[in-house]
Design a protein around this ligand. Sequence first.
Ligand code: ZN
Length: 276
Amino acid sequence: MNDLIRRFVFVTMLLAAVLLVLAACQTVQTTQPGAVGVERKQTMVLTSNQVNRSASLAYQQEMKKAAGKSALNRNPAQVSRVRAVAQRLIGASGAFRVDAPGWPWEVNVVTSDEINAWVMPGGKMAVYTGLLERLRLTDDELAAVMGHEMAHALREHGRERASQAVAQGVAISVIGAAVGAGEAGMELAQLITDLTFNLPNSREHEREADRIGVELAARAGYDPRAAITLWQKMAQAGGARPPQFLSTHPSPENRTRDLQDYSARVMPLYESARRR
Ligand SMILES: [Zn+2]
């Protein structure tokens, strides 16, 4: 009897959870297709608001950790170089989302040997000195990395991945993270941290970020073909221990050919941006 009741309660709770997810489900188009023509409907369970607020918390925590190790924005010349490139890319982001140039974007430089850069939902970015120095990035290549990261934010890939985790029942409780505060908000922040550092993007997300990234670079007046040399440098670095960056940004099939294709497609945008 007891067992029967327990089973009944379990099934009821499961049903309630499924209904909650279904009720929250919505299909969205996060970005305009742009010249590169990225178009794919995305299923979201969480709202941008929920995700961005928790991402903001997660980001603050990471920056606090870096500051605690005296590893935050140590070299003013490096910081202003990175921010200047970011600023130009942000100026171009309106081609994909009209509101994006007004987002509270943030970019900080973390002192670390690791070859890495990352973005959290809402446009909270970090670039590691290991990436800048060990790969000797040119400004065009730096724009390729940051354009790629910004594309993940514009496409709300983080929100999509967190939504998938919720739909799979991995993180049901975060659905209550209405304002990003409280326990559910903290749990969502933890999930975002995990997605950022430990879980690889899908190849589909990578392909979208590559294509939007080259267009952002071109529109901002950076040579979009630098994305090709960037990924080549990335692949050559590290030897037996591949860069951290590659574990969270896996290679979609035919990345080089795709980048050649799409950078050629946006060359006219690059040329007209340079004439301005
Ligand atoms: Zn990526």
